[in-house]
Design a protein around this ligand. Structure first.
Ligand code: ZN
Length: 268
């Protein structure tokens, strides 16, 4: 099932099951429990990020060729950082280039996002996918100046600005994606392909990430795991290609769909 979250014309927020013709049928019940698909059409006025995360756990340098283009060795263990819930942005809504705390090096990163469906802790890789509700697309927007030079050695400052985690357009449940490490993943910027690779290049695959992240650590339902980005980021281009006002960025993953966001400047 492809699940969307939406606002209707009265401002009510709900979930719906996306149909092949692009319409949605309203869902009742908890998406983390036993959601039921009704026959009632959803009046979608605005598409929202498919889940409100309880946590956003992010993995850095998780694709072999991206580690190479970043000039670093492949890590021995997954590299964990976090994004705050303030970073969440909806499909179609703008990515804001920071202007009060200025960044001139804002970059895109296409990522497969894993949504945990059931609380889990100390999970083996063999059982890891049993706890996944589904998958969606994320753009792990990154201010490289604050991430690398101005952040005191921590990546979080540059990854934590408002609107820096567009998510969507829909959540695809695991029955439709039995193997999350066999998906085409790409970034298209103003119609030009910037990243185009496959999730089979992850250094630590999705089961390995869940095993690692759940070690002595509870993963709550609604935890979103960003699994890293392949090569082709703007930072590694010669010259670098930073996001500019007026740009339109699309993250697309096979079997999930396309997440498109315009780029605006923050109004101070
Ligand atoms: Zn990333």
């Amino acid at each position: 099932m492809k699940i969307i979250r939406y606002q209707d014309t009265s401002g009510n927020i709900g979930h719906a099951a996306l149909q092949a013709d692009g319409t949605g049928l309203k869902l009742t019940g908890d998406i983390y429990g036993s959601p039921h698909v009704t026959q009632e059409k959803a009046e979608v006025a605005r598409l929202l990020a498919p889940v409100v995360p309880t946590n956003i756990l992010c993995i850095g340098l998780n694709y072999r060729r991206h580690a190479q283009e970043s000039g670093v060795a492949a890590p021995e263990r997954p590299v964990l950082f976090v994004k705050g819930n303030n970073t969440l942005q909806h499909p179609g809504a703008p990515i804001l280039l920071p202007r009060h705390m200025r960044s001139d090096e804002v970059d895109y990163e296409c990522e497969l996002a894993v949504v945990i469906g059931r609380a889990c802790k100390n999970v083996s890789r063999e059982r890891a996918l049993d706890y996944v509700l589904g998958y969606t697309c994320c753009n792990d927007v990154s201010a490289r100046d604050w991430q690398i030079r101005l952040g005191g050695g921590q990546w979080c400052r540059g990854k934590f600005f408002d609107t820096f985690a567009p998510l969507g357009p829909c959540l695809v449940t695991t029955d439709e994606i039995p193997n999350p490490n066999a998906l085409r993943i790409s970034t298209v910027l103003n119609g030009e392909i910037m990243q185009d690779w496959n999730t089979n290049d992850m250094i630590f695959d999705v089961p390995a990430l869940i095993e690692f992240l759940s070690g002595s650590t509870t993963l709550l339902p609604g935890t979103v795991i960003l699994t890293g980005t392949p090569h082709g980021v703007g930072m590694a281009r010669k010259p670098p290609r930073w996001l500019r006002p007026g740009d339109v960025v699309t993250i697309e993953i096979g079997g999930i769909g396309a997440l498109t966001n315009p780029v605006h400047e923050e109004t101070p």
